[in-house]
Design a protein around this ligand. Sequence first.
Ligand code: WQD
Length: 346
Amino acid sequence: MAKILVTGGAGYIGSHTCLELLEQGYDVVVVDDLSNASLESLRRVEQLSGKSLVFHEVSLLDRDALRAVFKKEGELDAVIHFAAKKSVKESVENPLLYYQNNITGSLVLCEVMQEFGLSRIVFSSSATVYGTNGEMPLREGAQTGAVNPYGQTKLMMEQILKDVGGVNAWDVVLLRYFNPVGAHASGQIGEDPEYPFNLLPFVSQVAAGLREEVSIFGDDYDTEDGTGVRDYIHVVDLAKAHVQAIANILTKEFEGKSGSKGETLTYNLGTGRGYSVKEMIEAFRRISGKEVKAVVQPRREGDVAVSIADPTYSNEHLGWKAELGLDEMVRSAWKWQTQHPKGYRS
Ligand code: WQD
């Protein structure tokens, strides 16, 4: 079976994707510097799948170490590239850290891929590349325009992969995530942020009594209840989309199908259904049975009112459709929270 290199595979979306890859019979090699992830996540992925994976603690900024991994692992069939810093707030406060880590790290990966003749990559992009584009729901051809350094790094990497992929006849798949939430149904792996900047992990910690209350950043948006609306997508649905993308680009080659190499495919990964902040908090109260105190605060800098995907193109051309709904997103997040209150640190 094909061997997939997963950068950032110990992280939230990375670990869920490694689990899906192993369950589909792929061999998995993870490269992660563990700067924002725990090795424990991969131990649990192995336990859950009953399979083993190979792990190298390597930073993409260390070209020699990455080359050594490519040399040691021999024939790699594709890369799924997750490794990146992803806090919008932190990127605004420290743009150099984001350009250094996300862009330079990705360039080193591209150089080593080119050197070893690896020509297939699935890239973890983000709906943040659409910036404040107001045309909802968002289709892949919508105007892009990142409004923070984090989003800029994603947009730049998309362009770099298009250019490098084009000249090298690589197969490139760009996956633009909307709002990833939830956890594997087992409650054994999940999101474990240093600080819960995102809504759902914050609400989860309030429900667990780890935090006093959740701030609702603005209730004066032009939405039904005045609070921000987002297209939340279950992390397991997201993981399955990555495995589908890998299968598509490998099958094209493996079955000798005439697939034009050097094409870049872009897919929005969302459900097409938006939920407001208040609806998410209400869903958490309903499913957890906890109070979840919420207080309205001023808007957060850089937030858009609404961000919702049009998943039609992904459904038809990637051959993937989100299947898990709001209740399962919340239920799985709550199960992870209650089973592992301190994430992987407990
Ligand atoms: C969702 C909604 C907030 C926290 C970001 C990145 C995006 C992706 C996902 C990486 C908004 C509101 C939030 C809180 C709140 N990350 N909110 N109180 O900002 O849509 O997307 O994370 O790829 O790139 O931009 O996600 O969960 O922070 O916010 O009211 O404590 O919840 O205003 O309306 P966001 P979020």
